[in-house]
Design a protein around this ligand. Structure first.
Ligand SMILES: Nc1nc2c(c(=O)[nH]1)N[C@H]1C(S)=C(S)[C@@H](COP(=O)(O)OP(=O)(O)OC[C@H]3O[C@@H](n4cnc5c(N)ncnc54)[C@H](O)[C@@H]3O)O[C@H]1N2
Ligand code: MOO
Length: 768
């Protein structure tokens, strides 16, 4: 998968505002560019019960930063959720090439205020001087500033500055910090010119609040608040994640403060702003492209999220940042392994291969049966029963006839008996008259016996002696046979006794067992919830499978439909998450959305060490723990497995290879047992039988799963396995019609070929 389009997109963003994608200096203004993100932390804003007024004010203010041309690259509103805040900060500091992040809100004493804690958890260095300075300035205006708990720190060369949620208070604090920020940023960039050019004049011993230099804004340029529509090819993002540029008016009760500066802050308009500080031009504004991109960048972010963010083996961080922009002489950031940069990737896979056994046991150890729920039997097919199902009644519930004939008293036989009105299907046993000696009652198969009767004689063993004049009823019959009690009688409970176990825990309810439930009067049963499985394909070359004409280099996505089909056959709900073909951020967004709705996320492609293979590193990036990153298996070696604990339960991630047949083999070997175990199946392992090879098979250096078709001939009870042609992994046909995988051991010093006729294990994967 190529992420070039992602970079193009990023370049487009910058082109829209700067004229060149990753340039740091505006050629016209000769001012360094500063990329800023503004994060509003406000649960009410997210819920739509309050407006985000603060971000526009901060935006207006920061775009006037001395010595820099400020670009507001991203804005977002999140709830007061520590993980959500952390994730945004991590995301933004790693992926957006920002220099400064301003957060607003969540810094007070309210129990829900956690912005400082989130910030502290992610920063690499704290910068308490900023906080002290800002609070000192604000205290001169209002003692309530003592309640400000915000911090300032540095993460990945990005300064993060917490500000309070009160509009005026946050502007006041930012005012205090602004004269020093350019110097701090210059130092951070190790850019002596910037640093010296932007060094603030020493401040008086008692710091002064420096009023915002933002010029006042004529009200007629105000653009009405508008919501941004996310283009349809992107996943819909809730409105609160979309940057909404609206007029700002502060209705919050402000802290007592000095007279507001003659600034645009009180009537900051949205949309096209031609009144920003010199050099800012359209800085601080987002084009439609930007918003489109930003919407994608943020996704919905992580509600159930990474407590820790770690990258195993590689670090796909710092993309797009100035220091590693590829422009020589810019920045001196330490060069780390970076999966998004071809030349900076490890040249050997950093993931040690797990043995198949280890991979299998790791997967199963992490696949806990999903919670138990009660379902009506009609809705329980394909579910696995969580508790033994016991009969609530016996089958049959009373003695019944096994044949059509006559219920009799065995002692009367052989002999002639009078036929009385009898029992038929549908009649209750209690409503049937008692049968006395010398009498018989007509019964149909399955009908209850009249009380008093102890045997049934089939019609065939009787002759009619007398009948009614209309020929409708026999009046007297003769039976010549000796009859023993119980003859042709199905005794009460002879099939199932009340309280007998009819379906054992761990059994999947299928057509053979589902009917048993109502038979024993059990309609509601305890079953495990079935997993929801999301499937997405990764690859810039991929197009929808029904694309009629391919352009050079395009490939129809076949893995998705294959996997969705095989999973749906298990009765498991699937989510078709489409193709991810727009680079790492697109991937993170898609996987994040997927795991929020699914228990298991399966990706295919982008999983080896080719140009666009970042899947594993990015799975780690969303906070999941990579349990293994490769498997010593053929095919399917690049398969990885990761887990993520969330408040909604453990989420499992399988990264399967892009090549179709290895992807399906890896699915059979590792994913399908996982899905069975999650569903609650007692023995989730696949069915393995002994088969004979119909041709010599050469062994590989790792365990190999060769695709085969099993056939039986009349003379041999053991199936013959015919390998499906050449087993090169790229051969699509090797999978078609295969109903078994031959499990072949690795080559050893003593054995490198298994001869025709030898018996090997085969995993059943299809109809045999
Ligand atoms: N230098 C190395 N190269 C490779 C290694 C290695 O260890 N070192 N491993 C090889 C193995 S083994 C496999 S398997 C593949 C796996 O590659 P990826 O998972 O990265 O898959 P992609 O590069 O994305 O695609 C490979 C191939 O498959 C086609 N593809 C991808 N997705 C789909 C789909 N959804 N439907 C149909 N076809 C798909 C794709 O177009 C490529 O042709 O890596 C080896 N290389
Ligand atoms: O291990 Mo790959 O999946 O076959 O070539």
């Amino acid at each position: 998968m190529s992420d070039s389009s992602y970079w193009l997109k990023l370049a487009k963003l910058d082109q829209g505002t700067l004229g060149t994608s990753l340039a740091l200096v505006n050629p016209e203004k000769k001012q360094p560019v500063l990329f800023v993100g503004i994060l509003t932390v406000s649960t009410p804003c997210v819920k739509g019960v309050a407006d985000d007024k603060i971000s526009q004010r901060l935006q207006n203010k920061i775009t006037n930063l001395t010595g820099y041309r400020v670009i507001i690259k991203v804005k977002k509103v999140v709830t007061d959720d520590i993980t959500e805040i952390k994730n945004v900060l991590v995301n933004w500091t790693e992926s957006l090439g920002l220099d400064l992040i301003l957060t607003a809100g969540g810094t007070g004493f309210s129990p829900t205020d956690v912005t400082p804690e989130a910030t502290r958890a992610v920063v690499e260095k704290e910068a308490p001087g900023f906080t002290v300075g800002m609070v000192a300035g604000a205290l001169k205006l209002n003692p309530v500033a003592m309640l400000f708990r915000g911090i300032c720190g540095i993460r990945r060369n990005v300064i993060i500055l917490n500000l309070p949620d009160n509009v005026q208070a946050s502007c006041d604090l930012l005012d205090t910090a602004m004269p020093v920020l350019p110097f701090a940023i210059g130092q951070l960039k190790s850019d002596k010119n910037y640093a010296s050019r932007t060094t603030p004049a020493p401040v008086a011993r008692s710091p002064q609040i420096i009023p915002s230099p933002t010029p006042s804004k004529p009200s007629h340029v105000t653009t009405p608040a508008h919501h941004v529509t996310v283009p349809s090819h992107h996943v819909t993002t809730p409105a609160h994640h979309v940057t909404v540029m609206s007029a700002v008016e502060d209705h919050h009760a402000p802290l007592p403060h000095h007279a507001p500066p003659a600034s645009a802050d009180h009537h900051a308009p949205t949309g096209v702003d031609t009144h920003h500080a010199p050099g800012s031009g359209i800085a601080g504004l987002l084009s439609e492209n930007d918003i489109d991109m930003l919407t994608n960048l943020d996704a919905e972010d992580f509600e159930e999220p990474p407590e820790r963010l770690r990258v195993v083996g590689t670090r796909p961080s710092s993309r797009g940042t100035q220091a590693d922009s590829g422009i020589s002489g810019l920045g001196t950031r330490e060069q780390v392994s970076d999966v998004t940069r071809l030349t900076r990737r490890p040249r050997i896979s950093p993931y040690p291969p797990a043995t198949v056994d280890k991979a299998y046991s790791t997967v199963l150890a992490n696949s806990n049966p999903l919670p138990v729920t009660t379902r009506f039997f009609k809705d329980a097919v394909d579910h696995v029963v969580a508790e033994d199902v016991r009969a609530a009644c016996s089958i049959p519930s009373c003695a019944t006839a096994v044949v059509d004939g006559y219920a009799v008293i065995a002692a009367d036989m052989p002999g002639d008996v009078e036929v009385v009105s009898g029992a038929s299907l549908g009649k209750k046993q209690g409503s049937i008259p008692y049968l006395n000696l010398g009498k018989a009652a007509r019964v149909t198969t399955g009908a209850p016996l009249p009380p008093g009767a102890d045997a049934v004689i089939p019609v065939e063993q009787t002759v009619i002696l007398a009948e009614s004049s209309d020929g409708e009823t026999e009046l007297r019959i003769r039976c010549k046979e000796t009859v023993t009690p119980g003859n042709y009688v199905r005794q009460e409970g002879s099939d199932v006794k009340e309280r007998d176990v009819v379906v054992e825990a761990g059994t999947k309810l299928d057509h053979t067992s589902i009917g048993m439930l109502p038979a024993v009067n059990v309609c509601n049963i305890r079953v495990h919830r079935l997993p929801v499985v999301a499937v997405l394909s990764v690859g810039a070359e991929l197009v929808e499978p029904d694309t009629p004409y391919l352009q050079d280099g395009q490939t129809r996505d076949t893995n998705r439909i294959t996997l969705l089909t095989v999973i749906r056959k298990l009765g498991i709900k699937t989510l078709d998450c489409g193709i991810v073909n727009d680079g790492p951020r697109d991937f993170i967004e898609a996987v994040t959305r997927a795991y929020k709705q699914a228990d298991v996320v399966i990706t295919t492609g982008g999983c080896s060490i080719g140009d666009n293979d970042y899947v594993k590193a990015l799975i780690s990036e969303i906070g999941a723990t990579l349990q293994f990153g490769r498997v010593a298996i053929k095919p399917g070696a690049p398969t990885a497995f990761a887990t993520l604990e969330t408040p909604l339960g453990k989420k499992l991630f399988f990264a399967l290879p892009g090549v179709p047949s290895p992807a399906l083999v890896a699915y059979y070997v590792l994913v399908s047992p996982c899905l069975r175990k999650l569903s609650g199946v007692k023995n989730p392992s696949s069915t393995i039988i002994k088969v004979k090879l119909s041709a010599d098979v050469y062994l590989s250096d790792v365990p190999e799963y060769q695709r085969a078709i099993l056939r039986w001939d009349e003379t041999d009870p053991v199936a013959y396995a015919e390998v499906t042609g050449r087993q090169v992994i790229s051969r699509f046909l090797s999978m078609v019609s295969a109903n078994a995988l031959l499990i072949l051991p690795p080559r050893s010093d003593t054995i490198s070929v298994v001869k025709r006729g030898s018996v090997v294990n085969a995993m059943i994967v299809g109809k045999v």
